[in-house]
Design a protein around this ligand. Sequence first.
Ligand code: FES
Length: 136
Amino acid sequence: MTRSPSPAPDPEPPQASANDFVVVLDADALGDRESRAVWVHGRAVLICRVGRRHFAVANRCPHAGRPLAGGRLSQRPFGRPTLACPVHDARFDLTTGAVRSRLTQKRLETYPVRVVDGRVEVAVPPAHPEPMDDDA
Ligand code: FES
């Protein structure tokens, strides 16, 4: 008995994953201690530059959910680069997202970032839609 070949399955829609790096900026678009807000896979992301290094973090403060864009970037000699929220001044370690403040205990979300051929690339998992509110 011979079997007819089964039809090819429908192709899966492309799914973005945290391993997918996306170009967001030219590497020289930001000067030292500058940042820029971008959207990646439906997430608000803040690209920061301190010295020669770039960092990518959620553009949403873990304290009260306000945007972190415009926050002060700094690095003390031999210290770690930090971002201070422009609203209540909570500070976060840009490398790990660790909190350097008593305002919150929640860690800032960080994302992998790299510079390839003069462009900044980040890997951000897709945002999950918020559950619908039936009362709305
Ligand atoms: S909203 Fe950022 S410290 Fe309060």
